[in-house]
Design a protein around this ligand. Structure first.
Ligand SMILES: [Fe+2]
Ligand SMILES: [Fe+2]
Length: 181
């Protein structure tokens, strides 16, 4: 499997998590335990594992091919990862006051859920349609294979049970609860 395909497969589940987050915000009935699970899935899977594969492995490989990490498309992606982290802090930091019925915290949770989901949907579209196609043009089959092997190592070391399936099962559980088909 190409390394870029591995990342696109992660995107399918990150997008489902974004759908869950939008539904949580729009239905206004988010269970605080579900919010905690969303934060943990982002921090461990979407950001922890997936963005780590991009930031520590794909983007440096692309830098070798002339894609600068300080300007241009890779720099934009790095900046958007940071913006995502800000939204996650905005959710995490408001869960406790939200639990005690603080209305401003409820609004902040909603704002940050929608902000994260909107940002990531757009970000993933750019990666799938533009950035990864640039990577496919720049990397040889052997380089894609080497990156894939590195991705597998990251998955083994950063996932309970050694694969992403644990995270995917948790996302699917939330998708079921929030009626995401
Ligand atoms: Fe990304
Ligand atoms: Fe990505």
């Amino acid at each position: 499997m190409k390394a870029t395909t591995n990342l696109e497969n992660d995107h399918v589940y990150i997008l489902r998590l974004c759908d869950v987050m939008e539904e949580m915000a729009q239905s206004g009935i988010a269970d605080p335990a579900h919010l905690e699970r969303v934060v943990s899935l982002i921090r461990n899977f979407a950001d922890g594992l997936h963005h780590k594969k991009e930031e520590d492995l794909l983007f440096p490989k692309m830098a070798e091919k002339g894609f600068s990490p300080v300007q241009g498309p890779v720099a934009v992606m790095l900046h958007e990862h940071e913006e995502g982290r800000n939204y996650v802090r905005g959710i995490a930091g408001n869960i406790e006051p939200y639990k005690s019925g603080d209305k401003a915290a409820a609004e902040a949770v909603k704002y940050n859920l929608l902000g994260y989901a909107g940002l990531l949907k757009n970000h993933i579209a750019k990666e799938n349609n533009i950035l990864f196609r640039m990577a496919d043009n720049a990397l040889s089959a052997e380089e894609q294979d080497d990156l894939s092997a590195e991705f597998k190592k990251a998955e083994e070391s950063m996932s309970p049970g050694g694969s992403s399936s644990h995270y995917i099962a948790q996302i699917e559980e939330l998708a079921k609860i929030y009626g995401i088909g």
